[in-house]
Design a protein around this ligand. Structure first.
Ligand code: ARG
Length: 250
């Protein structure tokens, strides 16, 4: 009897350890992003912060999981989802029909457009003068695709910031990147010679969370979180935290 009890508790202990081990492996939600896209994602010290990191934290919280963030090249995010290296891609990623061939998207959480940064003293002033010039972009982004429509000379960088630095230094004629990020970079560089063209009409783009195909429950819970934070004001608070409120109407 005693022996039996001992064996029983040993088995129970082993089972407990096993389930705990499994739970440990499964109690994380891994987000892949490219933290070169302020204010959506950027590195602060050794943490990845920004609008998307905070949205992902809300998603993880609702799922009862611990958020882990992996920082990678933007064009690695979709492959990392497909291979199962990460659970969610939260990278200011625009929903594009081509991307829907490889991943699924949640409901959208932000509406952006591309913007064209030029030098005030440069030759590009509008859509016509943009044509055929040297345009810098972040590799694999919608800015990259937009630039292809204007020129055959598209220079691709790992970070939009590097493209803007090349523009400032005169090596490029323009940079096309998501408008909120364009403004953020210009503000950070504090370079009066860099301006945004306001006479090119880019299409609306909508950001969403990307998930590997065949995970409808995960998409469903992400949508629930997006709905919740939209309704309870959390999303607005997050956006307000990272977007400076315009203090003039220059
Ligand atoms: N919205 C653009 C796209 O989907 C650019 C996203 C770049 N994101 C990043 N984290 N670097 O292509």
């Amino acid at each position: 009897m005693k022996k039996g009890l001992k064996a029983f508790s040993l088995i129970m202990a082993a089972l407990l350890t096993l389930t705990m081990g499994a739970a440990l492996a499964e109690d994380t939600l891994t987000m892949g992003t490219n933290a070169e896209f302020p204010p959506f994602e950027f590195v602060d010290g050794d943490a990845v912060v920004g609008v998307d990191a905070e949205i992902a934290a809300e998603i993880a919280k609702d799922l009862g999981l611990k958020l882990v963030i992996e920082n990678m090249a933007f064009d690695s995010v979709i492959p990392a989802l497909v291979s199962g290296q990460i659970d969610i891609g939260v990278a200011a990623m625009t929903v594009k029909p081509e991307r829907l061939n490889s991943v699924d998207f949640s409901n959208t959480y932000y509406n952006a457009r591309q913007a064209c940064i030029v030098r005030k003293d440069g030759k590009v002033t509008d859509e016509e003068t943009l044509k055929g010039t040297a345009i810098g972009v972040q590799n694999g982004t919608t800015g990259d695709y937009a630039a292809e429509g204007y020129s055959e000379t598209v220079e691709r960088y790992g970070k939009a910031l590097d493209a803007v630095l090349e523009l400032a230094g005169g090596k490029l004629d323009a940079v096309i990147v998501d408008a909120p990020v364009a403004q953020n970079i210009i503000d950070a560089l504090n370079n009066d010679n860099l301006i945004l063209l306001d006479n090119i009409e880019f299409e609306d783009e909508f950001y969403a969370v990307a998930v590997a195909k065949g995970k409808p429950e995960l998409v469903e819970s992400i949508n629930k979180t997006i709905d919740r934070i939209t309704e309870d004001g959390t999303l607005d608070a997050i956006l307000l935290k990272y977007f400076p409120v315009a203090d003039d109407a220059e």
